[in-house]
Structure formats: structure tokens, C-alpha cells
Ligand binder design. Structure first.
Ligand SMILES: NC(=O)c1ccc[n+]([C@@H]2O[C@H](COP(=O)([O-])OP(=O)(O)OC[C@H]3O[C@@H](n4cnc5c(N)ncnc54)[C@H](O)[C@@H]3O)[C@@H](O)[C@H]2O)c1
Length: 456
């Protein structure tokens, strides 16, 4: 879409209307304004789906994320869970609790892929399993929603894109901000030039508690009897049963990608969505360290990365040592746009001098210049002034996970492309790998598109 600058008059007109509609100076976003939305699918206003259009899914991985995805999905109209797979008895039990009906359960995910009553899959397994499961799903003719980050290693993404294309299957990556009404609004504002030409983006997130630092409580019944450990390891290096690694896999490079794969990916998804980024960043440079959580993990607990994109550079800063609200700010010649989970706010700037710019001039020269300057530039009575800020909020109860799942099931139903296909997911995943590469090699990571690899 062509970018057009919002004039001061346009901005005034928009904000004046909004101010009348919502006294607090914010506008409640309408998720349905961007096409089919899950938001209006409440009990009060269901959007019925004919029984023939019911989508039946099987879920692989019913852990922290999978259990939420399952519970959310089964409340969507025309969506039914028929099967669940996990490698831990406790999670199979959890799947049965969530389903509130009899479903097929197993520790072998391939059994889900063989079933005719499974139309599609949701996979919420640790990252080192993503490639294999997506390839197996698509080869078996099943669409698949695969959690973020799409890959554990760079080459995997290209295998997954090929598998989706060859088998003509929907692959949706699970970065829910891609479907969020806030990010859609932010994208619209960005494209309208609400903050002018953007040359810097800054994205921040911080946590300050053991749970936030992935120190999850180990289930007391976890043992080789209740977990299929060999299978869980998959392609990762073999090692004896380790309940810490099973529970806190994000802390270990064998299974996860530390902060970039877990948290940068959400920030990157937002930036790539808003600014319509269609390739990995050209370069990445990271700094950071393991300062606090010295519990045997082999990833940093604080990392900052600067990325080069064609039109701006982006600075991402995430720490597990200080709580900090997640925000992504676009800095432009026309002001700032700050994006949070539940709102986007624009602070407009006119980029003009608000007084004569005559530094170090002698008094008379300064005064002679100032008089006509003020006559030309000072606001006239009755003229419009720039509105300092304008916010757009999500409606109450809005949930972007639900929106993202609704988009997935609609793609499965209609065969329309996914909102977050494997190519998009691959670009953000590569950016995560670039951050880690730079941190580990103490060098600038350069994306070589022709070779499909990161070099320094
Ligand atoms: N989109 C988000 O906001 C979000 C939030 C949290 C996690 N995630 C992603 O979801 C995925 C899962 O994370 P989690 O926190 O739920 O992990 P988890 O460890 O809580 O759950 C993963 C589950 O997968 C099971 N599993 C592992 N390998 C399996 C296999 N081969 N077959 C069947 N089951 C298998 C495990 O037994 C476990 O129960 C990760 O990719 C993570 O990055 C996304």
C-alpha cells in the first residue's frame, strides 16, 4: 500500500470525532472492521457455522501453551477437538479435563495424522520438534498451526516452507500479535504516515520473577514412567532423564533459543506486521549476558539486539531481571507511535520550530528577526492546533490468541492463505537466530539470502 502523510487537518478531524465518541480521548477498536473477527463470537451474538463446516482438530503438546490453545479453540463455533497427544501422562489427563468429552489420546502424534476424523492439527511442542511435526503433518495431508518461533535452526524453515507448498497445506505460525486488532490499527496508522518517516523502532519487554525467567515448578510425579523421555528428546542430543530440562526447556539451547526465540519473536512479529517487512533483517548486533539466573542454563537472561531493516533500524531489549511493560515504539518525523498489547497511541509532532531559531544572535538582530517570524508563524485565534496524542484500545475481553486461532480455522475451512504463513514465520525466526548468532560469536550477524544462512 502507498504511504500517504496524514495532514494536520486530517488528524484534527479524526481525533475530534474520536474525542466525542470516547470521553477519555481513546477510541475503542472494532475488530470486525478488519474482516471476520472472533471478537463478536460471544454467546450473545454467535455466528453459527453449519455442521457441515465443522473443523475437527487434533492437538500435539498440551502444555502451558497447548492447553490454552485447546481450551480457546473448543469454544469457537464450528470447531471441535477430537484427539490429543502428549508425552507426559499428566498432560494427557489435562487434555481430557479440557475436552470435557471423550477424545482420542495417545503418546504417538503420528496416530493423530492417520485419523480421518482429524482435519487439522495444533502443535504446541518445544521448538526442537517444530520442523519434524510440521513436515509430518503436511505430508499426511493435515493443515497445521505451529507455535512460534517457527524454527530451532535456520535450515528448518526452508524445509517447512517447501513441505507446506508441496503438499498444498495451510501452515500457520502461532504469533498471535499477527492477528491482533491493535497491530492492524498500528499498521494502518503507519501506512497513513501518522508518525511520518520512521527511522527507528524500539521494542522492550522485561520480567522479574522465577516463573517469568522460565523457572517453572517441576511436577512432582514427573518420572521416566510418566514421560516418554526418549521421544521428547527427539533430534536433540541424547541424555539421561532430566526433569529440569523437560520442565524448563527454554533455558537450554538444545530445545529453545532463549530470549530471542521465546520473546523477541513476538516483538519482531509486531514490527514485521506493522512495517510490512517481507525478508529477514540485513544485519543484527547483540549484547547481553547471564547475570542472575545461574541455574545451569546456557542462554543469557538479558539481551539487546540492533537490527538493520531497509528503512529503519530496530532496537530490541528484553531482560528477565527487571519487570518492564512490553512496548514497541515507532519513532518518525511526525511523532511517536507506541504499541502495547491492548492499545496503540500516537503522539504527533509537527517537526517545526516553535520559536525563532536565532542562537547567539545579538539583541537587535534577534528582535528584528523575531517580529516578522511571530507574525508569520504564531497560531491565529480560531486556528486548529495539533492534537498531542490519540489512543486506540481493544474492546473488553479481547483476546488475540482467540483471534489468531479463529483466522487459522477459517483458513482451514475456506482454503484461503493463512494470516501468518511459513514464509512470514521464517523471517521472524531467522531474525531470532541472528540475535543469538551475534551474541554467541561476538560479531555482527549478516543474513545471506542467496546462501540462506547467517554469516559474520
Ligand atoms: N504464542 C505464545 O504466546 C506462546 C506462549 C507460550 C509458549 N509458546 C510456544 O508453544 C510451544 C510449547 O511451549 P509450552 O510452554 O507449552 O511448553 P510445555 O513444555 O509446557 O509443553 C509442551 C508439551 O509438548 C509435549 N511434547 C513434546 N514433544 C512432543 C512430541 N514429540 N509429541 C507429543 N507431545 C510432545 C510435552 O510433553 C509437553 O507437555 C513452544 O514452541 C513455545 O515457544 C507460545
Amino acid at each position: 500500500m502507498r504511504r500517504t502523510r496524514i495532514t494536520r487537518r486530517d488528524f484534527m478531524t479524526t481525533t475530534a470525532g474520536a474525542a466525542l465518541a470516547v470521553p477519555l480521548g481513546g477510541l475503542m477498536l472494532d475488530p470486525d472492521a478488519y474482516g471476520k473477527s472472533a471478537y463478536s463470537l460471544s454467546a450473545a451474538s454467535p455466528r453459527p457455522v453449519p455442521p457441515s463446516d465443522t473443523v475437527r482438530f487434533g492437538i500435539i503438546g498440551v502444555g502451558m501453551q497447548g492447553s490454552g490453545l485447546m481450551a480457546t479453540s473448543i469454544k469457537l463455533p464450528g470447531v471441535e477437538c477430537v484427539a490429543a497427544c502428549d508425552l507426559y501422562d499428566g498432560r494427557i489427563e489435562l487434555a481430557k479435563e479440557i475436552a470435557e468429552k471423550t477424545i482420542f489420546t495417545t503418546k504417538r502424534y503420528k496416530e493423530l495424522l492417520e485419523r480421518n476424523d482429524v482435519d487439522c492439527i495444533i502443535a504446541a511442542v518445544p521448538d526442537h520438534w517444530h520442523r519434524q511435526i510440521v513436515v509430518d503433518c503436511t505430508n499426511a495431508g493435515k493443515d497445521v498451526y505451529c507455535e512460534k518461533p517457527m524454527t530451532h535452526h535456520v535450515p528448518e524453515g526452508f524445509d517447512m516452507i517447501e513441505a507446506a507448498a508441496t503438499n498444498n497445506r495451510i501452515v500457520q505460525i502461532g504469533s498471535q500479535r499477527r492477528s491482533s486488532v491493535v497491530y492492524r490499527k498500528a499498521k494502518e496508522l503507519y501506512e497513513q504516515g501518522a508518525v511520518g518517516e520512521v527511522c527507528l523502532v524500539e521494542a522492550v519487554m522485561g520480567r522479574n520473577d522465577p516463573c517469568g525467567a522460565w523457572v517453572y515448578t517441576i511436577p512432582p510425579d514427573l518420572s521416566p514412567e510418566t514421560v516418554d523421555w526418549e521421544n521428547w528428546l527427539g533430534s536433540a542430543p541424547k541424555r539421561p532423564f532430566d526433569p529440569k530440562r523437560w520442565t524448563r526447556w527454554r533455558c537450554f539451547q538444545d530445545y529453545g533459543e532463549g530470549i530471542p526465540g521465546d520473546l523477541f519473536v513476538h516483538l519482531l512479529t509486531g514490527i514485521h506486521t506493522i512495517a510490512d517487512i517481507t525478508a529477514p533483517p540485513a544485519r543484527a548486533s547483540s549484547a547481553g549476558g547471564l547475570f542472575r539466573w545461574k541455574d545451569g542454563r546456557d542462554v543469557p537472561d538479558c539481551i539487546s539486539t540492533i537490527y538493520d531493516y531497509p528503512k529503519f533500524h530496530a532496537m530490541l531489549r528484553v531482560t528477565l531481571n527487571t519487570d518492564a511493560q512490553e512496548s514497541t515504539t515507532f519513532y518518525g518525523t511526525g511523532g511517536q507511535m507506541e504499541v502495547h498489547d491492548d492499545r496503540v497511541t500516537v503522539w504527533a509532532q509537527d517537526g517545526m520550530d516553535h520559536g525563532p531559531c536565532t542562537p547567539g544572535w545579538p539583541k537587535k538582530l534577534r528582535a528584528d528577526f523575531a517580529e516578522p517570524w511571530h507574525a508569520d508563524h504564531d497560531p491565529k485565534p480560531g486556528s486548529q492546533q495539533i492534537v498531542p496524542s490519540q489512543s486506540f484500545y481493544t474492546p473488553p475481553g479481547y483476546n488475540d490468541d482467540r483471534e489468531h486461532l479463529w483466522n487459522y480455522f477459517n483458513s482451514v475451512r475456506t482454503r484461503q492463505p493463512s494470516v501468518e504463513d511459513a514464509t512470514f514465520g521464517n523471517h521472524t525466526a531467522i531474525a531470532c537466530h541472528m540475535a543469538n548468532y551475534s551474541y554467541e560469536h561476538k560479531a555482527i550477524a549478516v543474513w545471506n539470502a542467496a546462501a540462506k544462512e547467517i554469516k559474520s
